[in-house]
Design a protein around this ligand. Structure first.
Ligand code: NDP
Length: 231
């Protein structure tokens, strides 16, 4: 299948690879990134695949987001994929959290993806496929938490998971599927060089999951390999 996908955080990491693989498959890609002037790899990809439309968007700049929503009014978006994310400072164990950084992480990982869903849900509802996917993380799973710590990033993704569940209920009658995804432990700036899989491996599997979604999968949390993760 092909259609239109909107992805955030497309200048590097998993977002850049998602852009490449969907464009290669003939999808029109609204490739959002915070600063197009610094997005050399995305701009090079666009030169190769004209179906890519690079769009400047800082996901925490809601004025910019709402203006984009107005500019794209009436434009069907089959898949809205909220990929942009921020880990925040490392080593923020018990007694060491930075509250200001915690607020920044919540803004990027929790509030911004919700705002994207609110801003673009009419576009998704106007499409044939009607999927909103949120890039969460297994470390946001409460059931999976056996090592403690990670207060900032964990809590931002746990809250995102709850948003996925509520959106799946609230948008059900409009035919929209809403899923949370874990991309695996991926070799990116965030995942680090010791991660288990490449962006190409993660995205090839995610693409299968994203293009085989349906309302039966709404309000659920999936690993990149298609297995379900407990909340
Ligand atoms: P990277 O750190 O490599 O890339 C993060 C991307 O998010 C960059 O494009 C960055 O843009 C963008 N971004 C961050 N904040 C904003 C913002 N305010 N506005 C616009 N763009 C923003 O991370 P990954 O590619 O590894 O991660 C992608 C997603 O996958 C994230 O949501 C992450 O939490 C999740 N994830 C990743 C895992 C991994 O192992 N890598 C594991 C589990 C989940 P800029 O260059 O401008 O900062």
């Amino acid at each position: 299948m092909s259609g239109t996908i909107m992805i955030t955080g497309c200048n590097r990491g998993i977002g850049l690879e998602l852009t490449a693989q969907f464009a290669k498959d003939g999808w029109r890609v609204f490739a959002c990134c915070r600063d197009l002037k610094k997005a050399d790899e995305l701009n090079a990809l666009q030169a190769k695949y004209p179906l890519i439309e690079p769009i400047q968007l800082d996901v925490t700049d809601y004025e910019q987001m709402i203006a984009l929503g107005k500019a794209l009014k009436g434009e069907p978006i089959d898949i809205l994929l909220n990929n942009a994310g921020y880990y925040g400072p490392k080593g923020t164990g018990f007694g060491k959290v930075d509250r200001e950084e915690w607020r920044r992480v919540l803004e990027s990982n929790t509030i911004a993806p919700y705002m994207m869903a609110e801003t673009f849900c009419d576009n998704v509802a106007a499409s044939d496929y009607k999927l909103i996917a949120m890039m969460s993380s297994k470390v946001g799973s409460i059931a999976d938490n056996r090592s403690g710590g990670g207060y900032i990033y964990r809590s931002s993704k746990t809250a995102l998971n709850q948003i996925v569940k509520s959106l799946s209920i609230d948008l059900h009658d409009r035919g929209i599927t809403v899923m949370a995804l874990h991309p695996g432990w991926v070799k990116t700036a965030m995942g680090g060089p010791g991660a288990l899989i490449s962006t190409a491996q993660s995205v090839a599997a995610l693409k299968k999951l994203l293009t085989q979604a349906g309302q039966g999968k709404s309000g659920r949390f999936y690993n990149y390999d298609g297995s379900e993760i407990p909340w």
